[in-house]
Design a protein around this ligand. Sequence first.
Ligand code: HEM
Ligand code: HEM
Length: 324
Amino acid sequence: MNSEQHYRAFYITTGWTLGLLLLGSVVHATGSSLACPDWPTCFGTMVPEMTGGVFWEHLHRLVAGGLVLIFMAATYMAWKPEARRPAIRRWALAGIVLLLVQSLFGGLTVLMQLPDAISTTHLALAFLFLALVTALTVVTSPGWSGGSGAGGHLPGLRTLAVSGAVLTFLQSVLGAAVRHMDAGLVCPDVPLCLGQWIPPLQTATVAVHFGHRVTGILLLITLLTLAVRAARSLGPSAARILAISAGVLVTLQVLLGFLSVYTRLAVVPVSLHTLLAASILSVTVGVAVMTWAPGEGSGAASEPADPEVVRHEEVPHGEVPHGG
Ligand code: HEM
Ligand code: HEM
């Protein structure tokens, strides 16, 4: 196997995971979560009649099974070519463990009849896995040579990318709490909440819902700043494209959040809201990994792999690249 092949396998796994996350969200939004009352079988069989809620729930399980197989295959393909990078092998193995635990949590959501904490954890583990497989895709990509190093020269950009990724994850877990606490419509109005900019935070559901809106705006500001900074300071590169995409996606995401409330949690906007959250996580993790500068303290090169990556003349004040 050459490295190109296992990169492709991780790339496909990332796309597959995004599809599975969308499907999981549809399972909940269509009220199909308990359509199969048992686990791992559905009505005692692996081939139930695919009608009504069983269609979504069992399809989600089958696609989840496919993900485990594809990711195991990608890990197998990466094993030999990555012999000199043991960290990649370790993270791929961690991914397999994470997927198995996640499947167990999927089963628990059914067997325990959807406790809020288990359902929310199911989403959190799904997003963690997505972050992991995205990072594996970036570091196994053919042109990868230990990062562009742009973050080492532009620490502000790296900090923004990492904060954006962490904030997206936390915001998504908060969103899952909103969903599973049935707090999606406790503020039935947008953009106000109960007719006020800051509603009375008397109940946990209003606090969680309002917190999700506030963190959403914070994330919007963070990722728009990242997009503008990257557009101004990076030359043509994947990192630049992804950072700008993060700004576009987060703007659409806020609109979809409002639309979810406005349509009283219609299946299409809430399911797209989950998909977009996952896409933003993938994109910000990608930028964070690409702008990481492993040169500092790790002995790897700290110069940009591509001298075009940093356009020196456009580096913002206070972020002067070394030797620029
Ligand atoms: C066979 C294993 C699995 C089973 C039985 C299962 C089952 C379920 C069920 C019943 C739901 C609806 C939960 C609810 O309404 O509270 C759900 C949602 C979901 N699943 Fe799975 N799942 C499995 C594997 C996976 C895997 C491997 C992933 C991703 C890596 C995943 C990602 C999701 C996501 C993102 C949701 C939406 C969560 C939310 O709405 O907050 N699932 N799953
Ligand atoms: C800007 C970044 C945002 C991100 C990353 C984000 C992410 C999420 C996620 C991942 C969920 C859980 C979906 C699931 O469990 O499958 C969610 C739920 C939700 N979000 Fe957001 N969200 C954002 C902004 C907003 C905004 C500004 C609003 C405005 C009202 C909003 C309204 C909602 C609502 C109502 C739910 C619950 C949906 C339901 O009950 O099914 N979100 N969000």
